[in-house]
Ligand binder design. Structure first.
Ligand SMILES: Nc1ncnc2c1ncn2[C@@H]1O[C@H](COP(=O)(O)OP(=O)(O)O)[C@@H](O)[C@H]1O
Ligand SMILES: [Mg+2]
Length: 348
């Protein structure tokens, strides 16, 4: 299957600057060697504790954050992937350079990036800060259309009205300002803005975590409808595992800059293979008070991504860790259909 989005060995390191001349004294390895595919029409959930690099990964894919190294492909034909793979195997630098220049988003800048922005959008976590309080809704929603010069003023207004209806808001709201709306409504407006350029791929960065549970559920229903209607592909970042389980069709679990487990939610939640995934599931509160809660608290702190532990990054907190875990990093290995795990001693 040819993915819509593919990252290959993607790394995003933030320099830690010190001294008067701001010299880098180290790096925060927020995204550290991630190779991940998002299939056409997939709703992929990206889960993990706060600070593990989810936002950085999402924004790097969209090229809102500069990658340090690695490759990002978007809507690339399968024959091009084959060409890239054989050129990589043959170490044919000349061919590779041409292919990367044409297809690897990590090499894009200026106009090429702008064209791409039309197809890839971001919806932020916080609907209170992501909308400019001084702009009317019609200007907020049509702003991406202006940036991409797609239509005339009248057409933009018509489209803005259409987008408002699509997200369940009346077009009468177009002349109002963000502060006149609730959190859920603002997130609908942010979704309308993201849809303005008819994107193919949307990254949602914890879009419902600032909202009440009932409002959250309505937004999720809306996202499902929009996805079907426009054949969209989602990367959905969340730390709420119950949300990921209920809406996503695949889950990637991230720990300290790495993907440690990947698979179908029904399988991952029932039989997590990575001890980190298991701990994450067991530490999630169960909403039903009748149900007995087996809470597992992960021992120790999340280590600093500027100085990640050697070997398996999870080993200092892992009850199954042995010598090999402290010295050698486990690769993300295929374990059954649509299942990948990076662990020397997986469960089950
Ligand atoms: N612009 C930045 N400069 C330096 N460090 C950053 C920057 N953005 C994020 N980080 C660091 O990168 C790590 C991952 O952050 P982030 O991607 O926001 O994680 P998450 O979204 O999973 O909470 C954290 O240690 C964070 O402090
Ligand atoms: Mg984040």
């Amino acid at each position: 299957m040819t993915p819509l989005v593919r990252t290959k060995n993607l790394k995003t390191y933030f320099p830690i600057l010190q001294g008067i001349i701001r010299r880098p004294v180290g790096y925060v390895k927020a995204v550290d060697d991630i190779s991940l595919d998002v299939q056409h029409g997939q709703w992929l959930g990206l889960v993990g504790e706060s600070g593990c690099g989810k936002t950085t990964l999402g924004k790097t894919i969209l090229r809102l954050i500069e990658p340090t190294s690695g490759h990002i492909y978007f809507d690339t034909p399968s024959e091009i992937f084959q060409q890239i793979e054989s050129a990589e195997n043959e170490n044919n630098q000349e061919t590779l350079e041409t292919l990367y220049d044409t297809y690897d988003l990590a090499t894009f800048s200026g106009g090429k990036l702008k064209v791409l922005r039309k197809d890839m959008q971001l919806v932020h976590q916080d609907p209170f800060s992501s909308l400019n309080p001084r702009m009317k809704i019609k200007d907020i929603v049509s702003e991406p259309m202006i940036v991409h010069n797609s239509t005339s003023g009248d057409e933009r207004l018509k489209r803005a009205a259409e987008l408002m209806n699509l997200v369940g808001l009346s077009e009468k709201n177009l002349s109002r300002y963000p502060h006149q709306f609730s959190g859920g409504q603002r997130q609908r407006i942010a979704i309308a803005r993201a849809l303005a350029t008819t994107p193919k791929f949307i990254v949602f960065d914890e879009p419902t975590s600032a909202l009440d549970v009932s409002v959250q559920a309505q937004i999720l229903i809306l996202l499902k409808e929009l996805k079907q209607k426009f054949n969209l592909t989602y990367l959905y970042i969340t730390h709420a595992l119950t949300v990921a389980e209920s809406v996503c069709d695949s889950i990637a679990v991230m720990y300290l800059g790495k993907i440690v487990e990947y698979g179908d939610p029904s399988v991952i939640f029932k039989e997590p293979m990575h001890p980190y995934t298991q701990a994450l599931i067991l530490s999630t509160p169960i909403p039903d008070p009748q149900q007995k809660r087996v809470r597992l608290v992960l021992p120790g702190e999340v280590p600093s991504p500027s100085n990640p532990p050697p070997g398996c990054r999870f080993h200092p907190r892992c009850s199954r860790a042995t010598d090999v875990c402290a010295t050698t990093e486990p690769p993300l290995k295929q374990r059954g259909q649509n299942r990948k795990v990076a662990c020397w001693h997986p469960l089950v």
